[in-house]
Write a protein that binds this ligand. Structure first.
Ligand SMILES: Nc1nc2c(c(=O)[nH]1)N[C@H]1C(S)=C(S)[C@@H](COP(=O)(O)O)O[C@H]1N2
Ligand SMILES: [Mo]
Length: 395
């Protein structure tokens, strides 16, 4: 960590100096890290030529994980993805509706929310569809500011029979709603839910700012839910309504499109009656670690990566070089419970040529990040948290 800080400090000092001399514009953004420390990125050879972190649809932005240079993802690099449109909402007339099994239905303005006690949380998350295919770029880490969901719910007064909290976005679109042999094509709002018990925990936040600035359109302006430790889909953007009810909510984005189907036990073969097919909703993040970047200063090689999980303390991250023994990596001191967890590994004895690097995380409960083969019986593609071997070329 000290190295991370000193790098950033050196950089800041350098930039200030250049700015004072009126020279900052002459130095491209990407060049200064190397300039500051004589550091050079070691190129990855496993990134498909066709990989584009900003696909032409203009609606998705991935984080180019090779650019990670500290705990907080800059706001303009934060990944962005959604299913339908991006609704434009006027913050001045915006009202968050609290409805259903509460004592007094509420319509809360942004000014009301900003007047309530604010809380900050550093939270990292990934889309549950994040995978080697997207070079793990559907992930980021930011500092969110807002009001605790529990405080807003308490203020509205929860009826004793309420069990479920449903979050609706302002965005809507045509959806296929499948019931047995019938498919209904109907316009629906984006909706997600969780138990009241989960909603009342201290962490969930109704967030209006990211890294100290108001949310942008793609970040869910003016208000979104942040559910620390959960997959991205839980973080409902453009929040329009929070609805309390007794029964389960089974909308598409909750009960049908964000599921995991996995065979447990037996041989794992489809036709083995010993296999139990387990289906569950996509909620908390599965333990994952990713190698994002390799840099060297002269002959000193450093590997940088991040872990994501549900907030359980990380016991260790290890790195293996060219299928060699697992060696301990160092977790960054700035990591917090719900941040992504940065780690570094000093790669000793790196030689010219192509090498394979892979990391694996273990949490305090003893859960070890799986390898791809462990997930063979997972039929659905979401929650791809398998170890992610990387190839680099030392030239
Ligand atoms: N209203 C709304 N919220 C949404 C979505 C959406 O389609 N509509 N997509 C979800 C999904 S699948 C993800 S991964 C995250 C992405 O959050 P980000 O764009 O801030 O990275 O938003 C979630 N919140
Ligand atoms: Mo997602």
């Amino acid at each position: 960590m000290t190295e991370q800080i000193s790098r950033r400090e050196t950089l800041d000092t350098l930039r200030k100096g250049l700015a004072a001399a009126g020279l900052l514009a002459l130095v491209p953004e990407w060049a200064t890290p190397a300039l500051a420390q004589g550091e050079t990125d070691v190129p990855f050879t496993d990134i498909p030529k066709t990989f584009n972190p900003n696909p032409p649809n203009g609606q998705t932005r991935m984080l180019d994980i090779r650019k990670i240079d500290g705990m907080i993802t800059p706001k303009d690099q934060f990944f962005a993805i959604q299913h339908m449109n991006r609704p434009v909402i006027d913050p001045a007339t915006y009202r968050l509706k609290i409805t259903g099994m509460i004592h007094k239905p509420e319509e809360i303005s942004l000014a009301d929310l900003r007047a309530m006690r604010s809380t900050d949380v550093v939270a990292g998350y990934e889309c549950s569809g994040n995978s080697p295919r997207s070079m793990q770029g559907l992930s980021s880490n930011g500092r969110w500011t807002g009001v605790k969901l529990s405080e807003v719910l308490k203020r509205a007064g929860i009826q004793p029979a309420a069990r479920e909290v449903v979050f609706f976005g302002t965005d809507r679109g045509m959806q296929d709603i499948v019931f047995r042999q019938q498919t209904f094509k109907l316009e629906q709002q984006f909706g997600r839910s969780m138990t009241l018990e989960n909603a009342m925990k201290p962490a969930p936040l109704l967030a209006y700012a990211l890294n100290g600035e108001p949310l942008t359109l793609e970040q869910g302006s003016p208000l979104r839910l942040i559910m620390p430790g959960w997959y991205g889909v839980a973080n409902v953007k453009w929040l329009s309504e929070v609805h309390l009810q007794e029964d389960r909510y089974v909308g598409n984005y909750q009960a049908r499109w964000y599921r995991r189907l996995q065979g447990v036990g037996g041989s794992g073969e489809d036709n083995d009656p010993q296999v139990q097919w387990v289906e569950r909703e996509v909620t908390r993040m599965q333990l994952k670690s990713v190698i994002a970047r390799v840099r060297h200063t002269g002959g000193a090689y450093q590997v940088l990566g991040f872990c994501l999980n549900d907030g359980t303390p990380i016991k260790s991250v290890e790195v293996s070089v060219d299928n060699g023994p697992w060696q301990p990596a160092t977790l960054d001191k700035a990591n917090t419970q719900y941040s992504w967890k940065l780690f570094t590994f000093e790669w000793k004895g790196a030689t010219p040529g192509e090498h394979t690097l892979v990391s694996r995380a273990t949490d305090a409960n003893g859960t070890v990040q799986p390898v791809a083969a462990d997930l063979k019986t997972k039929k659905t593609f979401l929650e791809a948290n398998e170890q992610f071997p990387r190839k680099v070329m030392i030239g």
